[in-house]
Design a protein around this ligand. Structure first.
Ligand code: GTQ
Length: 355
């Protein structure tokens, strides 16, 4: 297990007797740890996930073809999954995260359901469609972030004249690893309206929260704020960039927060945006979180492990755990990212290595 303490070699006769022992153990579902220990307990993270990049227009082409072949109602969710090339068949972009591009055509409704998985939507194209969370609509604009936290009813509708496409980020593999998944459909396509559109932002998006008399806290969902508009986060990011020198490893960065906890937006997914000024190159960084990035604005390059990808708007890349990563901005580069950092922090596992 440790290279500085090599194991004494096995004699041939000893090896043969051990193999006999293993043969007798195997039908009883018993295995020798010492044969696998070094693969189980590794000095550094060993992930099956590989770095990868998807160009938006490439995925969009397949998604629009699917749009001609199957309705949102028939599909329940019309989504092309971005699958990590190292995790074939797992519907996962990292061992803990899922990614897909979802299309809702004008006039369509993706019917109301709820599930144990938490989801975020990052709007890639179109405006005027909505996600309703427990019957409150959030109307989408390009590059808005919308959450559908776990077990909240959600339906998507597109009353606009243009197709709407967004990046779905879910914790499907994490919840699968817990064997804790439940899901149900509402008996009608759209949840009845419970609150006017925008209520969540008015009540929780401005550093305020409802107050009631008495010692009992006003009842509210765990994640009451679920819409983070581009107009707001980009203004904050520009203001930050104007007021500080960029962090040498990640540039200027702002994390999206749950206003009731000051922590990550959902129990299993962290999300943030970054701005790298034109010409800026980060230093190399590794972290145990796995991350999905999309380019909002600008061009540049990213090195992820032994891969180098050219970046242009709406490209999507996946950074596996512990892959050495370096970003270069050609023009001003703005990125959106979601990661599993919050899970690792709760488990006291999160680590970074900054060179
Ligand atoms: O919109 O609720 O990409 O349930 C995968 C599963 C989207 C959704 C996905 C889902 C959804």
């Amino acid at each position: 297990m440790h290279e500085d303490h090599p194991h004494p070699p096995l004699a041939n006769e000893q090896r043969a007797q051990l193999e006999t022992l293993y043969d007798e153990m195997r039908p009883r579902h018993l295995y020798p740890l010492w044969e696998v220990l070094s693969a189980l307990v590794t000095p550094e993270p060993q992930t099956r996930a590989l770095p990868a990049k998807w160009a938006y227009n490439d995925v969009r082409g397949y998604l629009m073809r699917a749009g001609d072949l199957i309705s949102a109602e028939q599909a329940e969710r019309r989504v092309v999954i971005l699958e990590n090339p190292g995790l074939p068949g797992e519907s996962a972009i990292t061992p803990r995260l899922y990614a897909g591009l979802q299309l809702v055509l004008p006039g369509e409704i993706a019917p109301c359901h709820r599930h144990s998985q938490s989801a975020l939507r990052f709007i890639m194209e179109g405006d005027g469609a909505y996600t309703a969370v427990d019957g409150e609509k959030a109307f989408m604009k390009q590059f808005d972030l919308i959450l559908t936290p776990n077990w909240r009813w959600h339906d998507h509708g597109n009353p606009s004249n243009n197709p709407i496409i967004w990046l779905d980020g879910l914790d499907i593999p994490t919840i699968r690893a817990m064997d804790a998944q439940f899901a149900e459909r509402l008996d009608q396509p759209s949840h009845p309206e419970t609150e006017p559109a925008g209520s969540n932002r008015a009540k929780f998006g401005r550093g305020l929260r409802p107050l009631k008399a008495g010692s009992v806290r006003a009842e509210q969902p765990r994640e009451p704020l679920f819409h983070y508009p581009y107009a707001e986060w980009s203004a904050s990011l520009e203001a930050l960039a104007a007021s500080e020198t960029p962090d040498p490893h990640i540039g200027h960065a702002l994390e999206f927060l749950n206003p009731t906890t000051g922590g990550a937006v959902m129990p299993t997914i962290s999300a943030h945006v970054r701005l790298l000024p034109a010409g800026f190159e980060t230093r190399t960084r590794r972290s145990t979180e796995s991350a999905v990035f999309t380019v909002i604005e600008g061009t540049g390059e990213v090195e992820i492990g032994d891969q180098t990808y050219q970046l242009s708007p709406r490209d999507m890349v996946v950074v596996p755990s512990w892959a050495a990563t370096r970003w270069k901005a050609e023009s001003k580069l703005v990125l959106f990212a979601y990661t599993d950092r919050v899970v690792q922090e709760k488990l006291c596992l999160y680590r970074e290595l900054c060179e």
